[in-house]
Design a protein around this ligand. Structure first.
Ligand SMILES: C[S@@+](CC[C@H](N)C(=O)[O-])C[C@H]1O[C@@H](n2cnc3c(N)ncnc32)[C@H](O)[C@@H]1O
Length: 453
């Protein structure tokens, strides 16, 4: 019969863990946070940032150790197939999910990160020893990881980057974009993505101050992400972080009008606000709707820092009512698989079912957006997804259901060097492998639609 633990037993168990934790260093705690977050992302579909924040030690760590934990976990997701290939010859019988996650974080450090191998091995062993349920695997892990130190790099090099993309996603991308483009997309996953800023002032000055390179119409590309708050003019608010591809939907919308100043615009799924900021910076009278209070708080902080304004509304967009707008942007909730360069976890916390659920929501949001578009007005639909179902079929269905809307064909994007087939069918598809010399792009699908007058 199962017996309840007595209070004193509970306290002594808890204090056992606390005693173990008191002895371990912050770098061991950071490694433990990384492994627990990896498990949480995979098992529970959580976003990596949230999974890390929810680990017990994360908030108490210094910024440097938090960044280390994040880098380890992100490397596990960037290199998942190669890491599994490295471990396979040395792990005959799979241990528990927790031990596997710990081993994966160790391989990430030994093979792919600039971490001294002896530190990665001994501190990983300490991670296992620090938890009662994994203590018994310490010797096993030590033996496996010594092998990884000797043989891991060639094993990883023999595994192609496309192995890092989960099978179901790889299948969809190969069928949609072709085998060779798929291979090029996979190469972007293992590269450091850098940081794009959308700049409202003369970008040459900021380029000189940051060493960034102007790209597209309004963007500046920096080599590495780092601490954005430490960049020049952060307080002045003359820029915000936004991928070059993510800057395109609002630019496409604005290009449909001869004058946008004081024009009413609705950003239907607006938070954290990159596109709202673009519209507001151009002088549009923006209403920014989003259902998430937490994300709207970030939007409001972004507006305050950039000294821009918008009418911010917390609402389910499906229930939002207002006088129709001449300009509507629907940056719909989506699988976000196109953002894997900066968020590699999106390839590991999505499933065919979660995409199908999002497609159903997109099919509801599009007609709602149509009802909020004034006659003669323009609706731009965008998703930062590479999954085919979230793109063209949504627009084809919408046009079938809404006879008073027409596609506004797009055949180029000013300042972007994209091959002509990215505009097939009059819509835009960016791939992470586009503009490879300047560092790639997020994967976006964008379509512009006009309502008859
Ligand atoms: C792709 S993100 C938007 C990114 C934003 N446009 C930007 O550029 O920063 C999608 C947003 O849709 C919001 N969302 C999801 N379902 C929604 C709904 N039913 N009504 C309103 N917003 C929703 C999410 O909270 C999320 O902020």
């Amino acid at each position: 019969m199962r017996q309840r633990m007595s209070d004193s037993e509970h306290i002594s168990r808890k204090s056992g863990q606390q005693q173990r934790d008191a002895k371990i260093s912050d770098s061991v705690k950071a490694r433990r946070c990384a492994a627990l977050a990896v498990m949480d992302v995979v098992a529970n579909g959580k976003a990596l940032e949230l999974a890390l924040a929810e680990t017990e030690d994360y908030a108490g760590l210094e910024a440097r150790d938090r960044a280390f934990a994040r880098a380890i976990a992100a490397t596990v997701f960037r290199r998942s197939g190669q890491i599994k290939a490295v471990l396979k010859p040395f792990v005959r019988k799979k241990p528990t999910a927790r031990v596997q996650a710990v081993l994966q974080t160790a391989v990430a450090q030994i093979v792919f990160m600039d971490v001294p191998p002896h530190a990665a091995v001994s501190e990983t062993v300490d991670v296992l020893k620090s938890v009662k349920t994994t203590q018994g695997f310490a010797n096993f892990a030590n033996a496996v990881l010594r092998k990884v130190v000797e043989e891991g790099k060639p094993l990883a090099a023999a595994t192609p980057p496309k192995a890092n993309i989960p099978g179901w996603i790889r299948g969809e991308w190969e069928r949609t974009y072709g085998k060779i483009p798929m291979t090029k997309i996979a190469v972007q996953l293992i590269k450091d993505p850098g940081l794009d800023l959308t700049v409202t002032q003369k970008r040459e000055d900021l380029a000189a101050a940051t060493g960034g390179t102007p790209v597209g119409r309004q963007s500046l590309r920096l080599k590495s992400i780092g601490d954005v708050t430490a960049l020049p003019e952060f307080e002045a608010g003359t820029w915000w972080a936004q991928d070059l591809a993510a800057a395109q939907p609002a630019q496409i919308l604005m290009r449909q009008f001869s004058e946008v100043k004081n024009l009413r615009a609705l950003d239907m799924c607006a938070a954290p606000g990159g596109k709202t900021l673009q519209l507001a910076a151009a002088g549009m009278e923006v209403t920014a709707v989003d259902k998430s209070g937490g994300r709207l708080k970030r939007l409001e902080e972004n507006l305050a820092r950039t000294k821009l304004s918008a009418n911010v509304v917390q609402s389910d967009a499906l229930e939002y009512e207002a006088e129709p707008f001449p300009a509507v942007l629907l940056d719909a909730p989506c699988s976000a698989t196109g953002t894997f360069r900066r968020h590699p976890d999106v390839l590991h916390n999505r499933s065919p079912k979660s995409v199908a659920d999002l497609v159903r929501l997109q099919d509801k949001l599009l007609p709602k957006a149509a009802s909020l578009t004034a006659p003669g007005g323009v609706l731009v639909y965008a998703v930062c997804s590479l999954q085919p179902d979230e793109g063209l079929p949504r627009i084809a269905k919408f046009l079938d259901d809404m006879p008073d809307f027409r596609l506004i064909p797009i055949s180029s994007l000013p300042g972007l060097d994209l091959p002509p087939d990215r505009f097939e069918g009059g819509v835009v598809r960016t791939l992470p492998s586009d503009m490879p010399k300047s560092g790639g792009l997020d994967g976006f699908f964008i379509a512009a639609l006009r309502r008859e007058a």
